[in-house]
Ligand binder design. Structure first.
Ligand code: TEU
Length: 564
């Protein structure tokens, strides 16, 4: 199938179905709710929707533990509802991207149940099951690896001496990709959805599919032996991706984006190199580490702008002309952008939100917008641990307490990085539960700020961030320089300003922004000669000769001439 590469001019909106819109008022989001908001999404100027998992799941990890890959979870609706959703999206010119979690299945998946039902079950080899080690008469897990979600990565099977591997929660058993029967099932699942008409996939932690065998202990001197070198970018990764590409993805005009777990720079490039026929793109999250210690989500540090620039712009520069990129500033696994990166959200929520959108989405790649981000939704001021529903928040909190970190401090850390911030119900208006539903208690508490910060209020405001997003996406659309131009970074060492140019043929755009809450005087690089101001998130720009007087969080796009 000849690919049209439609994704290169696409803008993707991510929906976390639990929290988007609850039409039947049972406390959980649903497909009917999503259907009622498709016109809103379309009007933003996006062209595709990525749905976080809608499949059947017991929800230990809110849909990322799938128990049936070919069914819709009843709490969201039926397969007929999904089919209608697909039709309605397509009717509006919106492509549909499904989340695919193929590193692990739920332990409630039929395969896993069968695997455990008998030692002779062929399904045993669908998973990674090993005998434990006995040391000094004590039964220990087969290796010392720690799960990404804390604790051992192995769970003992009943009273036996065997364990199964789970690199995430114990309810998420890792699949054995070495087994051709597993890969056949996977190809079949992908084709099932493609035949229905979905347009692409987001692959969850894909670069963990291939493990190094025989499995062995991690002897690195870290606080936690994760074993990462034995399962990240494993030896058969490229082969596995090529296989699913050949047998499923390449048969349709698809788009794929891989979510990877700390990939090496070299491997990341290979996954998306077009000649390799693996994935179209992967997410780059490097900039998310700019305000956390050692990229550990819960450990706050003041934002380091240089690190942010490297994370955001590095992959765009590295991959130029080779692999395709994605442009992301929020998702369901991270706190809200305007509440992090040391942003003064109290005074400059609109300015910072629009600045982030400009510097992110004028880059080289496909923009991904996380629901609510377009209205500058903030973090929630959670009052206690029981308001947090994500098990990761609890696992990490318990781990901190086990290291004698005082409760108050541990709670502050968790509150800083919690995935829960992105997962509170959408605030559509100022009515009960922010208009998420008709009043039933939502599965996760609403952000009490909904009375002030909600979609309706934003749209009615003279400084509407949503309208700014619409303007920005319209500016971007069909702009050859934004879509194809090379990225050159300037003033990398500058501690307050981020600046880069996009050049295509004879055209040059210069994008720069003040990433601080203080005015900044910024002199344009020698190579840039401005000819016009094309866009800014303030109504005016003070440009005195070559020096711009930038207001807090002011971002600007200039039409420019370059020397080259
Ligand atoms: O996330 C992968 C992942 O490891 C992280 O982003 C994770 O959220 C973080 O380390 C927690 O601190 C993907 C999904 O996006 C996430 O929602 C799932 O929980 C995870 O895989 C397991 O399927």
């Amino acid at each position: 199938m000849q690919k049209t590469e439609w994704y290169k001019n696409a803008v993707v909106y991510q929906i976390y179905p639990f929290s988007f819109m609850d039409a039947n008022n049972d406390g959980m989001g649903d497909i009917e709710g999503i259907l009622s908001k498709l016109d809103y999404i379309k009007e933003l100027g996006v062209t595709a929707i990525w749905f976080s998992p809608l499949y059947r799941s017991p929800d230990y990890d809110y849909g990322y533990d799938i128990s049936d890959y070919k069914d819709i979870d009843p709490q969201f609706g039926t397969m007929a509802d999904f089919d209608r959703l697909l039709v309605e999206c397509h009717k509006r010119g919106l492509k549909v991207i499904m989340d695919m979690v193929l590193n692990h299945t739920s332990t409630e998946h039929q395969w896993f149940k069968e695997a455990l039902s008998s030692p002779d079950s062929p399904y045993r080899d669908y998973y990674i099951i090993r005998k434990g080690k006995t040391e000094k008469g004590k039964l220990l897990p087969p290796t010392n690896w720690a799960s990404t979600f804390t604790g051992s990565a192995w769970e003992r099977i009943g009273e036996t001496d065997e364990f199964y591997l789970h690199l995430f929660a114990k309810e998420q058993a890792d699949l054995n990709w070495e087994n051709p029967a597993v890969r056949k099932e996977i190809v079949d699942i992908l084709n099932f959805w493609l035949a229905k008409g979905v347009d692409g996939f987001r692959f969850d932690v894909f670069n963990m599919f291939s493990k190094v065998y025989p499995l062995q202990d991690d002897h690195q001197k870290h606080t936690f032996q994760t074993g990462a070198q034995y399962f990240v970018d494993g030896p058969r990764m490229h082969e596995f991706l090529k296989e699913i590409n050949e047998k499923a993805l390449s048969l349709y005009d698809t788009f794929t984006v891989g979510e990877s777990f700390h990939p090496s720079v070299e491997a990341a490039k290979e996954y998306v190199r077009p000649e390799n026929h693996e994935l179209d793109s992967i997410f780059s999250f490097g900039h998310f580490g700019s305000d956390t210690i050692a990229s550990k989500q819960f450990f706050w540090k003041p934002m380091n702008l240089r690190q942010f620039k490297e994370g955001l712009l590095g992959p765009q520069i590295e991959n130029y002309g080779s692999g395709w990129n994605t442009l992301v500033i929020e998702n369901h696994d991270n706190p809200r952008a305007v509440s992090r990166f040391s942003i003064d959200t109290k005074h400059y929520r609109y300015e910072a939100g629009s600045m982030l959108a400009m510097i992110t989405y004028l880059g080289y790649g496909t923009p991904f917008i996380y629901m609510g981000q377009e209205a500058g939704f903030t973090n929630t001021d959670f009052k206690s641990m029981d308001q947090l529903k994500d098990s990761v928040s609890h696992f990490v909190y318990d781990l901190m307490l086990s290291y004698h970190i005082p409760k108050g401090l541990a709670f502050r850390f968790i509150k800083y990085g919690a995935r829960d911030h992105a997962r509170v119900p959408m605030a559509w208006n100022d009515s009960v539960n922010g208009g998420f539903n008709a009043g039933h208690e939502p599965w996760q508490c609403v952000n009490p700020l909904y009375k002030k910060i909600n979609i309706k209020a934003d749209l009615e405001s003279s400084r509407s961030l949503i309208r700014f997003y619409q303007k920005l996406l319209a500016f971007r659309k069909d702009n050859e320089t934004i879509l194809q131009g090379a990225v050159t970074e300037f003033d990398h060492e500058h501690k307050k300003v981020i600046a880069y140019s996009r050049t295509w043929k004879k055209d040059c755009l210069f994008i720069f922004a003040n990433f601080s809450n203080k005015p900044v005087s910024y002199t344009l690089p020698e190579a840039i000669s401005p000819t016009a101001v094309l866009m800014s998130n303030y109504s005016d720009l003070k440009l005195d000769g070559r020096t711009a007087e930038l207001k807090p969080y002011q971002a600007v796009v200039l039409q420019a001439e370059t020397e080259s």
